[in-house]
Design a protein around this ligand. Structure first.
Ligand SMILES: [Zn+2]
Length: 78
C-alpha cells in the first residue's frame, strides 16, 4: 500500500530542492509500519493507541477498562 508520504515524495522526485525540503520537514510522518502494527487489543482500532505501561488499548477502550485495571480519576469528581 502506498502512503500519502510516498505519493508526495514520488511526485517531488524531479524537484530536488522541494524534495529535500519535504523530506526534512515531513520525515516524522514516515511511520506506516509502526502506526499500523500497533492496534488496540480489545477492538483492533489502530488510532489513538495507548501503548504506555504495555496497555495497548485505544483511548475509547482505556476509558472503559481503566477502572477495572486499577486506574482512578483524581479531582473533584472521583
Ligand atoms: Zn479499543
Amino acid at each position: 500500500m502506498e502512503t500519502a508520504f510516498e505519493r508526495i515524495a514520488k511526485t517531488l522526485k524531479g524537484k530536488p530542492v522541494k524534495y529535500n525540503r519535504f523530506i526534512k520537514f515531513s520525515s516524522h510522518k514516515i511511520q506506516p509500519h509502526d502506526a499500523r502494527s500497533r492496534k488496540c487489543i480489545r477492538c483492533n482500532r489502530p488510532e489513538a493507541h495507548i501503548g504506555i505501561h504495555g496497555l495497548n488499548y485505544c483511548r475509547q477502550c482505556f476509558r472503559e477498562v481503566a477502572k477495572d485495571i486499577g486506574f482512578r480519576k483524581y479531582g473533584k469528581e472521583a
